[in-house]
Design a protein around this ligand. Sequence first.
Ligand SMILES: Nc1nc2c(c(=O)[nH]1)N[C@H]1C(S)=C(S)[C@@H](COP(=O)(O)OP(=O)(O)OC[C@H]3O[C@@H](n4cnc5c(=O)[nH]c(N)nc54)[C@H](O)[C@@H]3O)O[C@H]1N2
Ligand SMILES: Nc1nc2c(c(=O)[nH]1)N[C@H]1C(S)=C(S)[C@@H](COP(=O)(O)OP(=O)(O)OC[C@H]3O[C@@H](n4cnc5c(=O)[nH]c(N)nc54)[C@H](O)[C@@H]3O)O[C@H]1N2
Ligand SMILES: [Mo]
Length: 670
Amino acid sequence: MSYTQKTICPYDCPAACGIVAETDGKRILGVKGDAGHPVTKGLLCRKMQEYERSVHSPDRILTPMKRQGQKGEGRFVPITWEEAIEEITGRWKEILQNEGGRAILPFYYSGVMSVIQRKCGNAFFNRMGACTLIQTLCSSAKGAGYEAVLGKTGCLDPRELPDSDFYIIWGSNVKATRIHTMPVLAAARKMGKRVVLIEACASDMSAYCDETLLIRPGTDGALALAMMHVLEEKGLTDKDFLEEYGEGYGEFQAVLTGCTPEWAQEITGIPAAAITALAEEYGRAKAPSILLGSGPSRYGNGGMTVRLITILSTLTGAWGKPGGGLCGCNPGAGNFVETERVTRLDFRRGEERKVNINQLASALTGANGETPVKSLYVYGSNPVGSVCSQKGIIEGLKREDLFTVVHERFMTDTARYADILLPATFSVEQTDCYTAYGYCTFGTAKKIIEPAGQCKSNWDTFCLLAKAMGYEEDYFKHTEEEMLEELLDHPGTGLDGAGEEGMRVLREGGVISTPFADHRRFLTDTGRVKITNHSLPEPVPHYTDCHGGEYPLKLIAVPSCYTLNSIFLERESLVEQKGEAELLLHPADAKARGIEDGDPIKAFNDLAEVNFKARVTGLVAEGAAAAPGIFCSDTTGTELLVNALHHERLSDIGEATTLNDNTIDVRKIG
Ligand SMILES: Nc1nc2c(c(=O)[nH]1)N[C@H]1C(S)=C(S)[C@@H](COP(=O)(O)OP(=O)(O)OC[C@H]3O[C@@H](n4cnc5c(=O)[nH]c(N)nc54)[C@H](O)[C@@H]3O)O[C@H]1N2
Ligand SMILES: Nc1nc2c(c(=O)[nH]1)N[C@H]1C(S)=C(S)[C@@H](COP(=O)(O)OP(=O)(O)OC[C@H]3O[C@@H](n4cnc5c(=O)[nH]c(N)nc54)[C@H](O)[C@@H]3O)O[C@H]1N2
Ligand SMILES: [Mo]
């Protein structure tokens, strides 16, 4: 007998899609989109449509394992959980005694985007006094740039976009990463509203927009400045709004004077006339919206770029008009739950060593002059595939004196280097709650089936580890179900409007929609828009350069429609459709190097050499080279992947990844 149960997609997308799973209580028989979900309304991406194939994949790791042979060889033998826990905690106790907590590095990122399973490791490692990982692998420069102007003000929920009358898609591959916005754009265009795309690589999105402007990577700040120059010159700014809500606009106006479209053409590669036309169209629209992706923020100047685009979104007074303003940052109207109940900062012991996630290679090799860590515990992340300086990470992971534990579902490029491998659960095998980071929704999802084999959730694994470490806190004696109840018993301000019915849905397992932010209430310390912000090293925004480098092509990473970072690589049909690791090159750049479409090529810089297949297309900016998706060394047949070409450098504010800010050259192989 089969029945259905609602659940939530656990992966790192803005929507946290609603799913209805069919089950016989032992296995997931199939899934479909939940038509009752307030945002996703039954639409599921192709990756999740056959989620059961991932859950029941024959490639899953089902038992704890111990390394045999060399690190990285990928040869393991099964052991029991008791043996695994004893070995891990025995090694840790020894390291803690000799070197202290600063020698143990927990490493977590985006494997499961829920509250409990994602954050429970913090409590354990706080209690241990281990290093703290600064988790800035994705969009922290975007967050910091936005906050520098608007503080905690919520941006547009994408459900507000139909009210907009002009759309700029700014560095977002909506087709891959925000599919629920695709129908909104299509409907808007049908009504005669225009959609303009500003992209460094428009190969996926150009066909869905009325106009595409290809921009030199890392130069969007100059475009935003020149657009504001035009708005100012043509009298298209909203003076009353700026008077009432703008802070420091006068100082900023002095910067704008020099930022002509001709000046910006030199920097961005976009013709001055096109910049002027875009600014005028934007300025004349009544409620224009900008949908901002994270791509433009992953640069040395990423925080400044986002500050400038955010300021642009306020200049015409569009904020506060239905559908007007900025979309793609934090739409939230307050925390839904008290996450500190999961992370337990109050457990923290000893001095804290902070390690930036983007500098894992240095933390493992000591390349930054600090003592390398002695143990690494990876859960919910695949840093060999997703973090920069891949060569350094691998060099570190090969260290004989490094004790590496990986809690994983599959034999990833990182898992191969484990000394001890622990089998992890899928979302349907655990209980949790989820905040959609791109929408005002919150949901809970209960366990549907028992974990496969001997797999354990992050929560259950940390409880076992805590017991063996002798940690007596009650926290580690609870179940994840009890943790969820505790969270729901203490709702945050974001759930103020949930009411009894909303809380009932959450206790049963389901998703609720919460009120959109009040866009005219600016949640900064002064209640105004910080056009100039004196708490920053650079108070008055202006154009700053990205890190760049000495090679002629700018390498950018773009999300793939067939995978999500390195997730879904277990699915043959998706991997087949994704094809080989490609590098997209502009025809002029290809021609100059004698490269034709489909040629095998080598990309290189001071860090590494990585093989790709060339794809020559006019939909990538001249001077840019775009690498879609993350692969694994099994399928590419080479150890080094695109992230071997990425430096460890951070963004201007937000301490974020600059994964789009590296230079390379390419040559034809053979
Ligand atoms: N199918 C699929 N879905 C995903 C993911 C995935 O890998 N695959 N990843 C998930 C994750 S982790 C995230 S963070 C989200 C959102 O992921 P984001 O990384 O925010 O992705 P997008 O915003 O869609 O795309 C970034 C876009 O920025 C462009 N870009 C790069 N540099 C520049 C620049 O200098 N200027 C401009 N104008 N554009 C630039 C790239 O070409 C790319 O199209 O998506 C999530 N959803
Ligand atoms: N070249 C390139 N690099 C990128 C990006 C890119 O687009 N291109 N995107 C960047 C971005 S935006 C991000 S957010 C990061 C993502 O970087 P990571 O967080 O490292 O993401 P993934 O590669 O998806 O690895 C997540 C792993 O968690 C595992 N996992 C899933 N659920 C669980 C669980 O419940 N418990 C445990 N223990 N494990 C689980 C999955 O099997 C998977 O192997 O990568 C960044 N790096
Ligand atoms: Mo991300």
